[in-house]
Write a protein that binds this ligand. Sequence first.
Ligand SMILES: [Zn+2]
Length: 71
Amino acid sequence: MNIDIKQFAALQKASKASFFEQQKLVKQIMLGKTVLCKTCQQPLTLHTPEQSALTGIRCVKGCTDIALDFA
Ligand SMILES: [Zn+2]
C-alpha cells in the first residue's frame, strides 16, 4: 500500500504534534497496551503482516487507520 505510506509521510509533514502523538500511540500498542480510538472509543488493534495484508493500527469502525511500514 504505497498510497498509505505516502499519506502517512504527508501527515508527518503536516503536523509534527499529531505525529508524535501517533508515535506514542503506536508504541503503546506495540507494548500490548489497550488504546481506545479517540473517535469511537473502540480498542485499536495492530495488524501485522502475518495477520493481514493491510498492516497498521486500526479500530473496528476505521476512523483510526494508521499505516505502518513493516518492511
Ligand atoms: Zn474508531
